[in-house]
Write a protein that binds this ligand. Structure first.
Ligand SMILES: [Zn+2]
Length: 70
């Protein structure tokens, strides 16, 4: 049983398009890749909002059980 409601969303920003959108954490890599492929000839322009990129790393690590407080 999977609950996508629990899936955190993260903001993607594209400075070239001047757009931002939120996608599920599990889809963020594909979303960025698709955007850059379709709109920027594969250039790495769209990216996760740098302000929270660090938090995403933490969330992903927590999600995978890589962080243990004890
Ligand atoms: Zn773009």
């Amino acid at each position: 049983m999977t609950t996508s409601d629990d899936d955190p969303t993260v903001p993607i920003v594209c400075t070239d398009c001047d757009t931002s959108s939120r996608v599920a954490l599990s889809d963020v890599a594909d979303a960025i890749e698709n955007h850059n492929e379709r709109l920027h000839d594969g250039e790495d322009i769209a990216t996760v909002d740098p302000d929270i990129a660090a938090h995403i790393a933490d969330m992903a690590a927590t999600d995978l059980g890589l962080l243990e407080d004890e």
